[in-house]
Every structure is written in C-alpha cells, then in structure tokens.
Design a protein around this ligand. Structure first.
Ligand code: AMP
Ligand code: ZN
Length: 114
C-alpha cells in the first residue's frame, strides 16, 4: 500500500508521533496537539473517511468510535460531563478531513458554541 498523505492516516500508520491514550479494533484516540480544555482527545476511525457522516453505513465502526470516546471520557475522569464535537466541512470548522470526534472536558463548557 502506498504511503498515506492524510495527517491522521500518518498517525494511524505511526509515521508521525502522537500521544495515544486508547485503542480499539477500529479506532484510535490521541491527545490534540493544541488542547482547548484540560482534556482534549481526538478519537478517529483507523480507516480513512472524510467525516463521521461517511460512517453512517458502517455501524460497527461507528459504534466502535463512540464506545472508545466514552471509554476515553471515563479514563480521563470526566464523570461530571464532557463535550463531543464533530466539526464537519469547512463551514463546520473542520480542518483535518479525516473523521474525528473531539472529546473535551475538565472545565465547564459554554453554550452556544462559537
Ligand atoms: P478540526 O478543526 O475538527 O478538523 O480539528 C482538527 C484538530 O486536529 C485540531 O484541534 C488540531 O489541533 C488537531 N491536530 C492537528 N494536527 C495534529 C497532530 N499532529 N496531532 C494531534 N492533533 C492535531
Ligand atoms: Zn486519513
């Protein structure tokens, strides 16, 4: 298989480093390089898809992704609550076009989001 060009595919392939906090069959969780909260972890499918919506026809991978996100939240001690964000498309604030869920916690979250 040819070398991946996508940033998060490179993290999955261990071609660039990341602080991995949890793994599952289909997903990987690692700390965001620019944390916006005391806990800021990205949970991604190992398979390259552009956004979470593209996993709608892959229920096992989708469930695995959200199971790992919940496991990370528990592992990080976020029992009082946390926020999951999936920016989708440029107007949704997505910068990296490999599906990911942000798991943010450790401080009170504001609403509405910016
Ligand atoms: P989004 O705007 O939803 O596409 O979020 C992309 C996220 O990836 C941002 O929060 C970035 O800080 C984060 N990010 C970019 N490069 C890396 C990296 N090499 N390791 C970990 N997180 C990264
Ligand atoms: Zn990718």
């Amino acid at each position: 298989m040819s070398a991946p060009t996508c940033l998060f595919c490179k993290i999955v392939a261990e071609r660039i480093p990341a602080t991995v906090v949890a793994r599952s069959e289909h997903s990987l969780a690692f700390r965001d390089i620019d944390p916006q909260a005391p806990t800021h972890v990205l949970v991604i499918p190992r398979r390259h898809v552009q956004n979470v919506g593209e996993l709608a026809d892959a229920p096992r991978e989708l469930a695995d992704l959200f199971e790992l996100a919940a496991r990370v939240a528990a592992q990080e001690g976020l029992g009082r609550g946390y926020r999951m964000v999936t920016n989708t498309g440029s107007e949704g604030g997505q910068i990296v076009f490999h599906a990911h869920v942000h798991v943010l916690g450790g401080r009170p979250m504001q609403w509405p989001p910016g």
